[in-house]
Design a protein around this ligand. Structure first.
Ligand code: GCB
Length: 884
């Protein structure tokens, strides 16, 4: 808890405009803080240690040599690349540093500054335990003066604990208790030694900067800025000092300045500086993210003894339940992405260059808002958001499992959640990009992960956190992400939580966890309208939506196959289609103040085994290695970008399964033109940024597509090359399957060319690949053909088989244990009866056995029409092969 011993505010705080001289001169090159980065020379050991590794004389020569930032965890990978790279060990990671400290003048205080240690940190200096910090994301500082030896070698030892959360573990009292992401362990952000005089700006204010600026009025003529500076005097007598509060513009010119005497009594205190900025230049989002710097300087007879610089962005904003979001009085439709802080191969230990790359990609996408999922992100990341003009949803890691027990959670858990929230708000208070504090994500889901017993009760803690956020920051609204309201298929905690916070976000997975591809847009629209009608005064957003996409798995028709959301395949084309369906529904509704795609990047989640990845959540628009932009990325670039965009979709699906394809481009021009193999296929209108040419014939081998579009005088062009199957390769369809694949040495395409019937999966799996029922398998040489199938009483395939004589082979089976006594299947090929009165179950001699039927067909120029009609029960078709 914060210890404000006394509020000593002396002198009159006068706001004086900067003098002409100050305005001319660049920012005073005053002393900044004496900060020594401690990034190199660490030794690391994972696991419990024999001797007491916290001792100064412990022999760590056998330990690994590491540099910070560091994490011992590496999670996830793609099957088609180097495979999973998983070190998901959880427990104690030990770090030791022998540091030759600078010699300093007597009286200087020494602080260790940790930008983050996950998840619980214990710190020793020269063998003495100096502090514990609980929380994987917040900055913390420890006053180590009493044990520090200036000018000598000091031993710094850190034990990072990311032990599995379970009853009785220390981590069970530290949020988050679960979530769809891996809590990497380690000192994964920077560490530094900070040396300050005994009387200074307070470095121990919940890890915050000690300086907090707040605009109390913003008009075209002036901005009034109130700057609260927390001070600390560790000496024994009062110090007569002066506090200078200054604002400099982006060019470094001082534009406002105030100076006040502070009689700094021993202990903590605070002073408020008030400055007026004439004709403020507003921070205006992506269009003009203008930043001032606010500086607090403590001076002693003219000499600067401490100084803190913080960003200052002047903006007004509001959320309207009907009309959406307004920045500086103007409506802005917020559209963006969520971002997790891991990358393939690096875990959480991201370098500044990696943070910058992430923000650059988000800018390239055309987003204007970022959700920091599901926890406090690095200060540098939020700085990048300030500079890019992103509107940020910041979030407390109160995620999924409200408590390990079935009640509302222990006092220790509450205290930890509250402390992490205070840290997050103080540490990020000055970032203009942040416009809402989220106090939770999906804590209303009954299941949590590993939750046992009766549904937990998240409401009381949510209410408490909401109050704390308001107390810490009266200017920003609170929000939270809801999982369950109105989603019948998800079990809820039984407590209604929506309405607790000022705003709300709904995590809604239409087309994915509620897999009705064809109805997804209508269902989403209806759901949004209902939520708004049910909470007419509550500004609402879509805090998550999206679906998995694997750039090595492909579909020729995303409407035909079974959407297998936790298993394989996750065709890239389906993810693209899901976004094409979703965005127009959101775009059409001003009542949705913002939406965030889940997620910008594939990210580490060690219980997943989906798409073509292991231990990754693959809903990213970009792969976890940041190398591949998936098709939906290009869709959003066209939909959101303010500059002309054009991109051919389907470029990762090079080897085509069928001799025809639908060509699709994303563009924000009204129309686009396709030239295919040198032939103009003509213009097409781009509807909702999608321009499509259906059923384009592929020749065997390479096919070259060139698409062009015009915006004003600018012509854009994009090209792609696709490989058509060999002339006699035949056509193989994996009925019911959303994706195509290699089976028994042949290329089977995704379920395509079909109308009627329903796609079905044999073994439905749950999260983590767990089977949801007894595993079933069809008795045959290639049981994979029946992992998915199409069933129905009537369905037909119109297959673009080239002219000639072909053999059609149908792979059929009866999935129902009882069989169907009276079933009779008739199949016609181009109108002629090929199979008549077949009872599949009887022919197979029982359920889950294959029946193969082959027949010849003559195909003319109109292709092959196969009609399936079944009476007395449904027909179940695993695959079709059409061969010479
Ligand atoms: C959610 C969670 C998020 C998950 C996501 C998913 O609702 O908030 O943490 O990663 O769904 O992909 O299932």
């Amino acid at each position: 808890p914060m210890a404000i011993a006394a509020l000593f505010m002396t002198g009159t705080a006068l706001s004086v405009p900067a003098t002409a001289a100050e305005r001319r001169s660049p920012a005073t090159p005053a002393a900044t803080r004496d900060v020594h980065p401690l990034l190199q020379g660490w030794r690391f050991h994972f696991g419990n240690v024999q001797a007491d590794a916290s001792r100064a004389d412990f022999d760590d020569s056998g330990w690994d040599q590491v540099a910070l930032p560091h994490s011992w965890n590496r999670i996830g990978g793609y099957r088609t690349q180097r495979g999973p790279d998983s070190n998901n060990r959880q427990g104690h990671g030990w770090y030791r540093l022998a540091y030759k400290a600078p010699a300093v003048a007597a009286g200087l205080r020494q602080y260790l500054d940790f930008a983050a240690v996950s998840k619980i940190a214990d710190v020793w200096v020269n063998g003495s335990h100096v502090g514990t910090h609980k929380g994987a994301f917040g900055r913390f500082r420890i006053d180590v003066t009493s044990v520090w030896r200036p000018g000598q070698v000091n031993t710094v030892v850190v034990r990072a604990d990311n032990s599995k959360v379970e009853a009785g573990s220390a981590t069970a009292e530290v949020i988050p208790l679960s979530g769809d992401f891996f809590v990497h362990g380690g000192i994964y952000r920077d560490v530094a030694l900070l040396q300050l005089p005994a009387a200074s700006i307070d470095p121990l204010d919940h890890g915050g900067p000690g300086v907090y600026a707040r605009a109390t009025e913003i008009t075209a003529d002036r901005a009034l800025v109130e700057v609260r500076t927390r001070l600390r005097n560790l000496g024994s007598s009062a110090q007569p000092l002066r506090l200078v509060t200054r604002v400099t513009d982006a060019a470094g010119k001082t534009v406002a300045r105030e100076e006040q005497p502070v009689q700094l009594a021993p202990g903590a205190s605070e002073a408020i500086g008030r400055v007026t900025l004439p004709k403020p230049h507003l921070w205006n989002g992506r269009r003009d993210p203008y930043l001032y710097t606010v500086t607090a300087e403590l001076t002693d007879t003219g000499r600067v003894i401490d100084r803190v610089d913080q960003p200052l962005g002047l903006r007004t904003f509001r959320f309207d339940a009907d009309k959406g979001f307004f920045l500086n009085g103007q409506h802005v439709k917020l559209h963006g992405v969520s971002r997790h802080q891991d990358a393939l191969g690096s875990g959480w230990a991201l370098t500044p260059a990696q943070h910058a790359q992430d923000m650059a990609l988000i800018e390239e996408l055309g987003a204007n808002t970022v959700r920091q999922a599901h926890y406090q992100h690095a200060d540098q990341w939020t700085e990048l958001a300030d500079k890019a003009g992103m509107v940020v949803w910041a979030e407390l890691p109160y995620v999924t499992t409200p408590s390990l027990t079935s009640d509302k959670g222990s006092d220790a858990l509450w205290a930890n959640a509250e402390e992490q929230l205070r840290e997050q708000i103080r540490q990020n208070y000055n970032h203009p990009s942040i416009m809402m504090w989220s106090v939770g994500n999906e804590v209303d889901s009954a299941k949590g992960f590993g939750q046992k017993g009766a549904p937990p009760k998240p409401l009381a803690l949510l209410q408490r956190l909401n109050a704390v956020a308001h107390q810490e920051d009266p200017d920003r609204p609170t929000t939270m992400a809801d999982c369950c309201e109105g989603v019948g298929m998800i079990q809820t905690a039984g407590e209604k939580v929506v309405g607790t916070t000022d705003l709300v976000g709904y995590n809604r997975y239409f087309g994915w966890y509620y897999p009705k591809p064809l109805e997804m847009a209508a269902q989403l629209g209806a759901a949004l309208d209902k939520l708004h009608a049910d909470h007419p005064a509550l500004p609402l957003s879509i805090s998550e939506y999206g679906g998995g996409g694997a750039v090595t798995q492909h579909s020729d028709d995303v409407r035909s196959g079974f959407v297998n959301f936790v298993g394989r395949p996750h065709p890239e084309e389906y993810a693209a289609w899901l976004h094409e369906q979703t965005w127009p529904v959101i775009a059409a509704r001003n009542q949705v103040f913002a939406s965030w795609v889940w997620a910008m990047f594939d990210f580490a989640s060690d219980f997943r085994d989906e798409g073509d990845s292991v231990d990754l959540n693959d809903k990213g628009l970009v792969t976890a290695d940041r190398k591949v932009r998936k098709d939906p990325f290009w869709y959003y670039q066209a939909a959101w970008g303010e500059t002309p965009a054009l991109h051919l979709a389907g470029k990762h699906y090079v080897q085509r399964a069928y001799p025809v394809m639908d060509v699709k481009a994303y563009a924000n021009a009204p129309s686009a033109t396709l030239t295919f193999n040198g032939r103009k296929l003509g213009d097409t209108l781009c509807v909702n940024f999608v321009c499509e040419w259906k059923g384009v014939a592929l020749k065997p081998g390479a096919n070259k597509a060139v698409v062009t579009s015009r915006t004003g005088a600018r012509t854009l062009r994009d090209t792609a090359t696709w490989t058509g199957p060999a002339a006699n390769a035949g056509i193989r369809i994996d009925a019911g399957n959303l994706g195509g694949r290699e089976l028994a040495g042949h290329r089977f395409g995704s379920d395509t060319f079909v109308t009627g019937g329903t796609p079905v999966i044999l073994n439905l799996v749950g999260f983590g690949g767990r089977s949801l029922g007894p595993l079933r398998k069809v008795e045959t040489a290639t049981p994979e053909l029946f992992e998915y199938w199409r069933e129905g009483e009537a369905f037909s395939y119109r297959i673009p088989a080239p002219a000639g004589t072909w053999t059609v082979t149908l792979h059929l089976f009866e999935p129902r244990p009882g069989g169907t006594a009276n079933q009779a299947l008739t199949v016609t090929a181009n109108g002629a009866t090929a199979i008549e009165g077949l009872n599949i179950g009887q022919a197979a001699g029982g359920p889950l056995r294959e029946v193969i039927r082959s027949f010849p067909v003559k195909v003319g120029t109109d292709g092959l029409m196969l009609d399936f009609k079944s009476t007395g029960g449904k027909a179940s078709l695993g695959a079709i092969e059409i061969t010479r």
